[in-house]
Design a protein around this ligand. Structure first.
Ligand SMILES: [Zn+2]
Length: 191
């Protein structure tokens, strides 16, 4: 009879092996079995704690039979299964590929959560990471021309935009909020 908890532990360890490129996704089940057997043995002999699966010893790169590569192109992310570009790879999209789970996709192609999003999506969520975005905010809020925005930021005591962004991040506020603490936004001109 299978020890469910041990099996789950073995499965998690096997997934980690695949994630780290020590085993192929297609071997997930056999690696799990291997680890499981070792864990069961360990239960009998509690002094040995070598749970390294033998397949981890010949290190292989996580490979896939897909002709596409999971990659970011022009801020979008390419689905390694169909090769199409998206702002992010969603479960909805993966459902069109024989209902592969997002987690399984990530294991199979060796990508993390962040890499499931293109940079377009990431900047949309955390616009503060992009100095050009901040520059455009500053220009808009303070009614400045592009060439004026950077000297304006420096005048407020920052080395440059990146410095402003770093200081804002430290305070846990947006770059614009920090700037507004120094210089209130001028009243909008009537047009
Ligand atoms: Zn796809």
């Amino acid at each position: 009879m299978i020890d469910k908890k041990t099996w789950d532990d073995a499965f998690n360890l096997a997934k980690a092996q695949v994630r780290h490129g020590n085993a192929d996704y297609s071997d997930l089940r056999s690696v799990t079995e291997e680890i499981y057997k070792q864990m069961i043995d360990i239960k009998d002999v509690p002094d040995t704690y070598d749970v390294t699966p033998t397949s981890a010893q010949n290190k292989r790169l996580a490979s896939s039979d897909s002709k596409f590569k999971h990659e970011v192109v022009n801020g979008k992310v390419r689905c390694a299964i169909c090769g199409k570009l998206f702002k992010s790879i969603s479960q909805n999209h993966l459902n069109t590929h024989e209902n592969i789970l997002r987690d399984d996709y990530m294991i199979k192609y060796g990508v993390n959560d962040k890499e499931m999003q293109g940079t377009i999506e990431r900047h949309a969520k955390t616009g503060d990471d992009n100095s050009l975005t901040i520059l455009s905010y500053v220009m808009k809020e303070y009614n400045l021309k592009r060439a004026e925005a950077k000297p304006f930021v420096i005048k407020q005591g920052f080395t440059d935009l990146v410095d402003l962004m770093a200081q804002a991040k430290e305070k846990g506020i947006s770059a614009l909020e920090l700037l507004k603490e120094k210089v209130p936004v001028p009243k909008k001109k009537k047009e």
